[in-house]
Design a protein around this ligand. Structure first.
Ligand SMILES: [Zn+2]
Length: 415
């Protein structure tokens, strides 16, 4: 993976480019990125840059162009494209190996489960074939998606003390082909207390060794590890970058792409999921649902209106995955409408969606918003577990009606 292949994050790419070019990359970094923002792709790109034989802008080749001197002069104007200042070539033998995840000097550690061909504590290498396949398919994957690829059971992943010993062994070997040895530890949260085993090697690594820890939740990392690494924060992907990516992958107009980007919170996986369901008009459907809910007289109305039944039939037809997307859209829309209810502004709403949100905002107060949020999260739970959608959405309609009228309501579907 080249830096240029990463969606968005131009300032971080430029900074890393500069550090790589000037040879000032820290020997231990922690990339802190929310799910779906590209923490692992960034680690892969740094590793490939370190092993590439024909990196553009290398210090020893053309330091004057990209190297140290420019750091002291006027700042360079930011490039307009998404290309970083300098990057791996993508074509040399080292890049080709890195791109297939088979470069002998790039080592990977990731959470694994017990039970593959042996009884003892597992190490990452036990699953290397699955790992390469998963990375080739989606380097933006999350830990759960990865673990479901290596076990059918609901096992928790782990990075074991045995794996830490493997890391130490690997980092003490001579390099095979490159100047650098790179150790990527993906989802370092899974190290837990085993992280203590790595303190010494992270603090005093063998020469030309680079540790790249990829982390989503820094609170789960030992302080002693955090203090030994340089933290690189990767924010959620910007809406415009995500929208541009969606348009390159799906046939959709600019407005739809931007709308999907906005409800995805900078998470690529969520955006792709929404884009796959984009043919369903979530906003129109939500508007229809809320307006029939508002017309329900009395929370226990025994005769649902024809309009309500039509909505329930319609939503049952779109299938479980699209129902989940619809519910996530509802939660997002509620959050944005709540901003308006609080007298704040939403920078994500526009046009007819904004008009609708303004109307919904007049019905919201902190209790109503919280109750609706809890309810819809609960509905998401039922949909995920394959509960009959007609029952779920019909029952939920009455509960929404009750909440909007500020009546008490049970979140359980059968109450
Ligand atoms: Zn190369």
């Amino acid at each position: 993976m080249k830096l240029a292949d990463i969606i968005g994050h131009q300032p971080v790419k430029d900074k890393l480019s500069e550090l790589l070019t000037t040879g000032k990359l820290p020997h231990a970094m922690m990339i802190l990125a929310p799910e779906g923002a590209g923490g692992l792709p960034m680690a892969l790109a740094i590793a490939q840059n370190l092993v590439c034989e024909r990196r553009s802008g290398r210090k020893e080749e053309d330091a004057g162009l990209f190297g140290a001197p420019s750091m002291f002069g006027d700042p360079e104007p930011a490039p307009q494209s998404s290309e970083p200042l300098s990057d791996a070539c993508g074509e040399c033998p080292a890049c080709q190996k890195a791109q297939k995840f088979i470069h002998p000097d790039i080592h990977y550690t990731y959470p694994v489960v017990t039970g593959r061909n042996k009884s003892g504590p597992p190490v990452s290498a036990d699953y290397i074939t699955d790992w390469r396949k998963a990375l080739a398919e989606n380097p933006y994957m999350n830990a759960n998606e990865w673990l479901r690829q290596i076990t059918d059971e609901n096992k928790q992943g782990n990075i074991t003390v045995n794996e830490c010993h493997e890391i130490i062994k690997g980092m003490n070997l001579k390099t095979f082909e490159s100047k650098y040895k790179i150790q990527i530890i993906w989802m370092a949260e899974y190290l837990r207390e085993a992280g203590n085993t790595l303190l010494k090697i992270i603090e005093e690594p063998p020469a030309d060794t680079v540790f790249i820890l990829v982390v989503e939740n820094i609170e789960l990392i030992l302080n002693t590890i955090i203090s030994r690494t340089q933290v690189v924060k990767l924010p959620a992907i910007e809406d415009v970058d995500l929208a541009a990516y969606l348009r390159s992958q799906f046939e959709m107009d600019e407005r739809t792409a931007l709308r999907i980007a906005r409800i995805s919170d900078g998470n690529l996986n969520a955006a792709v999921e929404y884009a796959n369901g984009a043919e369903h008009q979530n906003d129109a459907q939500l508007r229809e649902w809320l307006s029939v809910c508002l017309r329900i007289r009395g929370a226990q109305a025994s005769e649902p209106s024809l309009k309500l039944m039509a909505f329930v039939d319609e939503i049952a037809k779109i299938g479980r995955e699209n129902q989940k997307i619809f519910l996530k859209y509802f939660l997002w829309f509620l959050r944005e409408s709540n901003l308006l209810a609080l007298g704040l502004e939403s920078d994500k709403l526009e046009g007819s969606e904004l008009e609708f949100a303004k109307k919904l905002a007049t019905l919201l107060d902190p209790d109503v918003t919280e109750n609706l949020t809890n309810l819809i999260n609960r509905v998401h739970y039922y949909v995920e577990r394959n509960t009959n959608p007609k029952i779920v959405f019909l029952s939920t309609s009455f509960k929404i009606a009750a909440i909007l009228k500020k009546e008490p309501v049970a979140y359980d579907m059968y109450e």
